[in-house]
Write a protein that binds this ligand. Sequence first.
Ligand code: PRP
Length: 185
Amino acid sequence: MDAADMGRDLSNVLISEDELQTKIKELAGQIDADYAGKDLLIVGVLKGAVMIMADLARALHIPVQMDWMAVSSYGAGTKSSGVVRVLKDLDTDIANRHVLVVEDIIDSGLTLSWLLNNLQSRNPASAEICALLRKPDAVKVPIDVKYVGFDIPSEFVIGYGLDYAERYRNLPFIGTLAPHVYGGE
Ligand code: PRP
């Protein structure tokens, strides 16, 4: 799926496919250097992180293992509540392992804050975060994000794993939706 397939539903391309892929190679280079000689498990948070996990893993030169978690915020609406339910846990025991959580976006920061605490309680050798996108509110939550792709404005973004009502995840870029899609003018 690309911009032409979106027609009038696309408002703006915020981060192009080229910009994403260049940034992912840069992040992979940092991760390669930081974890050289170490055994690394990368953990993707479903479903949004599928694209970044797939591209990041292929851009890395170090061998990694891959695992997945699925979590869901309690409560209605689109905002995180900070209370998280684990829908799918890791298949892997992470005690004494180096873990890197890979996320598509940090918005309020509440999901990752909870997730990192949860993983820390399993006594990993280390637990760090790589987030492709970070919104301004996330800065207010005291979590240390080791790798950030792009700091973006507080807009509703879609594409490259990010959805609106489960659609648009399969766009190769990050974009914004035209207001008519979600009921605006
Ligand atoms: C998104 C994203 C993060 C979370 C970030 O997931 O992938 O997990 O929201 O929000 P926060 O920083 O405000 O907590 P979402 O719940 O939309 O699920 P999805 O990945 O399946 O689309």
